[in-house]
Write a protein that binds this ligand. Structure first.
Ligand code: F6P
Length: 323
């Protein structure tokens, strides 16, 4: 293998740039030519590709976002789109591909592998819902961003004696909500993996008020049903009996930006470098993950077979700490 390509795809997150940098620099170190593919699979179909050198990834280790750009690409779900992508790869003489992203991006890499093209995946999504890795790139920085917000909201919540619903991202995964709730000292965490009825939420708020707390912080994962807005409406109707009045903060895309943490920079560097090495070693069709403090290969088919399950011990721990 002489020339490889690298792309970032799906929702961005802090950690993509250090990961691109590691793929490029390890690739060059191994004597490969490395091509940067812009806008994920969309740019692969359209042939938006440039050669990268050590300098083209200079100064990016601390930058959020992705210098290659990213996109969600519905065309890639069609065979026709994937055939187009293969034509582009051949046209540019690319013999192997490193795909950095979440479940959708890794599924794309698997499809190309099944069509006979050597690919390797790197898990990178704030949702932390990819199997075969304890943690995905971007999660740690997103958690720190959420914690910063929780600390600030607590200041204003305490000053006004209010309850706050803070909505975190994560799609169908409650990981960000659960871990930020535990580490941010929330009174309650609501995640899609656990059923909570609104009456129980009311009880938590009322208890906090009766115990003389100055605020009540509830972290709500975006995938939790009945949903943050419905909960807010019901709490607002009952705020006289609850004691606290209620406000809502939806953190949104702020969780996807910012300078990557030291943990994410190191994880991205380790996994990016490992991906380049494993691709030329012939371990295509795999994802490089971080398991028990080491790089571990998992077949892409296993990594994306189902969403990673929430850690039940952490759920238990949250219940004990929510006092
Ligand atoms: O997968 C990452 C993620 O940020 C999810 O947590 C969220 O549900 C989704 O992407 C939002 O996607 P978009 O940026 O396309 O609105």
């Amino acid at each position: 293998m002489k020339r490889i390509g690298v792309l970032t795809s799906g929702g961005d997150n802090p950690g993509l740039n250090p990961c691109i940098r590691a793929v490029v620099r390890m690739g060059l170190h191994l004597g490969l030519e490395v091509m940067g593919i812009h806008r994920g699979y969309a740019g692969l179909i359209d042939g938006e590709i440039d050669e990268m050198d050590a300098r083209s990834v200079g100064g990016i280790i601390g930058r959020g976002g992705t210098i290659l750009g990213t996109a969600r690409c519905p065309e890639f779900y069609d065979l026709q789109g994937r055939k187009e992508a293969l034509r582009t790869l051949n046209r540019f003489g690319i013999e192997g591909l490193v795909a950095i992203g979440g479940n959708g991006s890794l599924s794309g890499a698997l499809e190309l592998h099944r069509m006979g093209f050597p690919t390797i995946g790197i898990p990178s999504t704030i949702d932390n819902d990819v199997n075969g890795t304890n943690i995905s790139i971007g999660v740690d920085t997103a958690l720190n961003t959420i914690l910063d917000a929780i600390d600030k909201i607590k200041d204003t919540a305490s000053s006004h004696n209010r309850a706050f619903l803070i909505e975190t991202m994560g799609r169908d995964s409650g990981y960000l909500a659960l871990v930020s709730g535990i580490t941010g000292g929330a009174e309650l965490v609501l995640i899609p993996e656990e059923k909570t009825v609104i009456d129980d939420v009311c009880q938590t708020i009322e208890d906090a008020y009766i115990r003389g707390k100055t605020h009540c912080i509830i972290i709500v994962a975006e995938g939790w049903g009945p949903g943050t807005q419905e909960l807010a409406n019901q709490l607002q109707e009952r705020q006289n009996e609850l004691g606290f009045s209620v406000r809502v903060t939806q953190l949104g895309h702020v969780q996807r930006g910012g300078s990557p943490s030291a943990f994410d920079r190191l994880l991205a560097t380790r996994l990016g470098a490992a991906a380049a090495r494993e691709l030329i070693a012939g371990n295509e069709g795999h994802m490089v993950g971080w398991v028990q403090n080491d790089v571990r290969l998992t077949p892409l088919a296993e990594a994306i077979a189902f969403d990673k399950q929430i850690d039940r011990d952490l759920c238990e721990l949250a219940r004990v700490m929510e006092k």
